[in-house]
Design a protein around this ligand. Structure first.
Ligand SMILES: [Zn+2]
Ligand SMILES: [Zn+2]
Length: 235
């Protein structure tokens, strides 16, 4: 309540401003209409893992990987392709402070989810950072984004049920098989979430091995259905 009131006062004195070009923001977003229209929405993608696919394929088509081996989660929704200005938006405080960017990305993903998701989960669970990484960075961007979405959609955010118990080295440059091994038992459920349906929130989904691993431990802990929500999906 208080947060909403503070925000509306701040908005009066500091109207939304486009983080990409500095023009006036549109629709309460820190993006102008032109920059928003230029963002690469992930409309044509795999019906299961949201991997960007050519526009010619029918909607709901599966990518080669999913045809070969379905991931453990029910479906992934990703707002954007990880290209154009999206890496800069996700990557950091280059333009404005991180909370502004996390809120903006959360608003964009909320808008995308409103368009495509029929059933909402009972909980949003941001991908946890290992305690060491959290100390280095000072914040978990996935949690910051999840907070905005939780507020917009009135869904609780759970950042305590799961922990990352292995400080995994960066995934870039590893083959898919190595990535899976690298992530083995990376997560642990500390308290079963006690709900049937959870959405895992990640900022950027690359191969999906991280969210698949987390899905696996949640299903073992009694969750019936896990969806993945990501701000961006790498092509
Ligand atoms: Zn702009
Ligand atoms: Zn797929």
């Amino acid at each position: 309540m208080l947060r909403g009131a503070t925000e509306s006062i701040l908005r009066r004195f500091y109207p939304p401003t486009c983080v990409l070009c500095g023009a006036r923001g549109q629709g309460g977003l820190d993006l102008c209409a032109a920059c928003l229209a230029d963002l690469p929405t992930n409309r044509h993608c795999c019906g299961r893992c949201a991997l960007p696919l050519p526009a010619e394929l029918p909607s709901g088509a599966l990518c080669g990987e999913c045809q070969h081996h379905l991931p453990p989660y029910a479906v992934c929704h990703a707002a954007f392709r990880y290209e154009g200005p999206v890496p800069a938006l996700v990557g950091g405080a280059k333009f404005r402070d991180r909370l502004n960017l996390a809120r903006l990305l959360g608003q964009c993903l909320t808008n995308a989810l409103r368009e495509c998701t029929a059933e909402m989960p009972e909980l949003i669970l941001p991908v946890p950072l290992h305690a060491k990484r959290l100390r280095e960075r000072g914040y978990n961007q996935a949690l910051e984004i999840a907070r905005t979405i939780g507020r917009e959609l009135s869904i609780p955010v759970d950042s305590h049920s799961c922990a990352r118990v292995l400080a995994t080295p960066p995934q870039a440059g590893l083959a898919q098989k190595e990535r899976r091994r690298n992530l083995a038992e990376a997560f642990r459920v500390l308290h079963p979430p006690g709900v049937e349906r959870v959405a895992i929130l990640d900022d950027v989904m690359t191969t999906g091995s991280t969210v698949s691993e987390l899905t696996g431990v949640l299903l073992k802990a009694g969750v019936r259905r896990v969806d993945i929500w990501a701000v961006a999906r790498t092509p």
